[in-house]
Structure formats: C-alpha cells, structure tokens
Ligand binder design. Structure first.
Ligand code: SF4
Length: 176
C-alpha cells in the first residue's frame, strides 16, 4: 500500500535529484505525484520503477530501457521539451514558454513472448545485428556508456551508479 507520505518523499527526492543535475520536473506538482505513485506501484509490482506510462512485460533485464529515467528521456526532452510521460520537462516548458504536447513513444512495441530465443521474453535489442560502432583500438580497458545520459567511462567494470544521472550499473552498455 503506497501512502501519500511515500509519494511525497519520492517526489521530493526526484525533484532534488533533477535540480542537482540540470533537469526540471513538470511544474504541475499534482500531475507529477500521480506519476510518482505509478512509479512506486511499479516498484511494488515488478521490483523496479518502470515507466508509469508504458507497458512493462517480463523481468528487469528486458525492461532496462524503461526504468525511470528511461533511455529515451534526454532525446525526448531535446526534441519535444518533455519526456514521454511529461514528468521531466525542458527549461522552456518549466518556465511556461513552451506548452506540453503529446509526443510519440520512441520505444516502439513492447517486448513479446518467443520473439528470438524460442522461449520467454526476448531481451530488447537481442536480435539486433552487430552495430557498426567505433573502431576498437588497443585500449587498456573497455569503455562503458550509460544508456540514460550517455556518460562514458573506461574501466574494467561499469560503476555501481552513474556519477552524472545516478542510473544503476545494469543501465550501462559496453560501448567499445
Ligand atoms: S523519464 Fe519520463 S518517460 Fe521516461 S520513464 Fe521516467 S516518467 Fe516515463
């Protein structure tokens, strides 16, 4: 059971984190708190805070891209001025210079059963052909990229938390 106190506490934490990292929450606090309630409900239901406006199917590893803040937040903020749910907004939207609009979902269809491996839910991206990435040189360490904010680091393992956006270790992907 999620209490108003839980919602308030999580909302304040998100707001503080946003302000410290150059992001803005939607100025409509009641709207934000409804979304925060959705995040907390998803945490209770699935064990992680998946996007309140998207369908979560399967385990955490299949839904990494929609754990809030999702992989699509920054691109949507840059292009449309809000994330898909409009919890995060750009400075222009926060200051009322730009209205909040309905925006398309960059995610595409939710993962479905038996897509690639014949059983279970296929991890998102599992069927992608190898992308033409940066040329691998003689780097002493692999380079990891935070899927949320794009932070890059060269080390043996990704950090436990992204120092820029706070995303957890499993939100990193091997970049080089
Ligand atoms: S950043 Fe916005 S769109 Fe992305 S998961 Fe969070 S609330 Fe949803």
């Amino acid at each position: 059971m999620i209490s108003r106190f839980d919602v308030e506490r999580r909302y304040l934490a998100l707001k503080k984190e946003a302000e410290e990292n150059g992001y803005y929450l939607n100025p409509d606090e009641d709207f934000d708190k409804e979304l925060v309630h959705g995040l907390l409900s998803n945490r209770e239901r699935y064990g992680f805070e998946s996007c309140p406006c998207r369908l979560c199917v399967g385990p955490r590893e299949v839904n990494l891209d929609i754990i809030c803040p999702c992989d699509y937040r920054d691109s949507d903020l840059a292009e449309y001025g809000t994330c898909y749910c409009a919890l995060y907004v750009s400075g222009d939207v926060a200051s009322g210079k730009r209205p909040v609009e309905v925006i398309p979902d960059r995610r595409g269809p939710a993962p479905t059963e038996c897509v690639v491996h014949g059983e279970g839910v296929a991890p998102r991206g599992a069927a992608k052909p190898a992308a033409a990435g940066p040329v691998v040189g003689s780097l002493p360490y692999p380079v990891f990229r935070c899927r949320v904010c794009g932070y890059l680091c060269a080390r043996e393992e990704p950090p436990e938390k992204c120092p820029i956006c706070g995303a957890e270790k499993d939100r990193f992907e091997k970049f080089i």
